[in-house]
Design a protein around this ligand. Structure first.
Ligand SMILES: Nc1ncnc2c1ncn2[C@@H]1O[C@H](COP(=O)(O)OP(=O)(O)O)[C@@H](O)[C@H]1O
Ligand SMILES: [Mg+2]
Length: 356
């Protein structure tokens, strides 16, 4: 099915030969927020700028609401970029910053007043129209930037790492705020970030990009639990990889693998596997349980231990593999000390194999 926003075969090759976007197909449903997530240089911004009209694709098409927009100038695409809060005009009041785009579009005074008031109310800044940006906190400035985009009543909001200049705590809070606002306004959005936690909290779906392509598209849950490739597994959250050997092929996506001392039934990313193949097996740190008196446990040595407040992090030596484990803290329960011997339990369901 064709999405409200539909990218087909999108490519961008810069004159210097850089193949920044190397064939992107993506459908975004109306009202949906899709994050483009990937490491620096993988083509996220270039994809977004093609949608906005700031770059001309070298191949492919872009449709919004059933209409080709890639041939239109940026101001006729009904797509608006949300910039970082510091891109506000410092000499203009909050009100005038928000009104600016409407003045450029020669919107009449009455509806300008109504729309600016509504946009400021929507972002929770109704009383602060007279302030200058410098008199606002970083989070408030980011909300003004959002109001400045929303006031134009776009059909598509485009975000390019809008929170990257805020401190960690504020960034976490703003993620939730942006998500709530986007849902309240019901505006279809594409959100570029290299921060996997940000993508996880904000998105309906995440498109993980690498080298100009989408390598996996899915809900945050799918991307985390069933990464399509080792690259995705490594990029999303923390990943341990231990070595395994295929001992049986049970069907598509299901293998018997000898790993952590015995043969286990594990899920497998799409690939061709044969008995005897070496594979790498993903274990998330929170799936590792530490025990002291269980015969089934794999013996391990604590190399390092750190106390994080709500959890503890262990670096463990397990036969030939080093593994990180995060363990929730309970009041009164003491940590295993460095050098101590522990047992490790991981349920088979938590394991996922990738071609080695
Ligand atoms: N105007 C440009 N001219 C040449 N190469 C560019 C230009 N803009 C970006 N690139 C290159 O294209 C690739 C993708 O860049 P970009 O889309 O900014 O990645 P991201 O946003 O994922 O970090 C990078 O290799 C970058 O150096
Ligand atoms: Mg970028």
């Amino acid at each position: 099915m064709t999405g409200f926003l539909a990218l087909r075969g999108l490519e961008k090759r810069f004159p210097n030969g850089t193949f920044a976007v190397a064939g992107v197909d993506l459908d975004v449903a109306e009202g949906e927020l899709v994050a483009l997530l990937g490491p620096s240089g993988c083509g996220k911004t270039t994809t977004l700028r093609c949608i906005a009209g700031f770059e001309d694709p070298t191949a492919g098409t872009i449709e919004l609401a059933g209409r080709r927009i890639d041939t239109l100038p940026p101001n006729r695409r009904a797509a608006t970029m949300v910039f970082q809060g510091y891109a506000l005009f410092p000499h203009l009041s909050v009100w005038e910053n928000v009104a600016y785009g409407l003045r450029v579009r020669r919107v009449d005074a009455g509806s300008l007043r109504d729309r600016v008031a509504a946009a400021l109310a929507l972002v929770g800044l109704a009383g602060l129209g007279d302030r200058r940006p410098e008199q606002l906190s970083g989070g408030q400035q980011q909300r003004v930037a959002l109001a400045r985009a929303l006031v134009l009543e776009p059909r598509l909001l485009l975000f390019d790492e809008p929170l990257s200049n805020l401190d960690a705590k504020l960034r976490e809070q703003m993620r939730l705020e942006i998500r709530a606002l986007q849902q309240r306004a019901g505006i279809t959005s594409v959100y570029v970030t290299h921060d996997q936690a940000e993508a996880m909290t904000l998105s309906d779906r995440i498109a993980v990009m690498s080298e100009g392509r989408i390598v996996q598209l899915g809900t945050p849950r799918q991307i985390y639990d069933e990464p399509a490739t080792r690259f995705v597994a490594d990029f999303i959250g923390h990943a341990n990889f231990v070595s395994g050997i295929v001992r049986g092929i049970l069907g598509p996506g299901s293998l018997d693998v000898e790993v952590l001392g015995r043969v286990r039934l594990v899920s497998a990313a799409a690939a061709t596997y044969r008995e005897g193949d070496a594979v790498v097996v993903l274990i998330r740190p929170e799936e590792v349980r530490l025990v002291t008196d269980d015969r089934d446990a794999v013996p391990a040595t604590v190399l390092r231990v750190g106390f994080l407040g709500s959890s503890a992090i262990y670096q463990l030596q397990l036969a030939g593999d080093e593994v990180l484990a995060t363990v929730p803290m309970e009041r009164g329960v003491s940590l295993h000390s460095q050098g101590s011997r522990v047992g490790v339990l991981v349920s088979d369901a938590a394991l996922r194999a990738f071609a080695g």
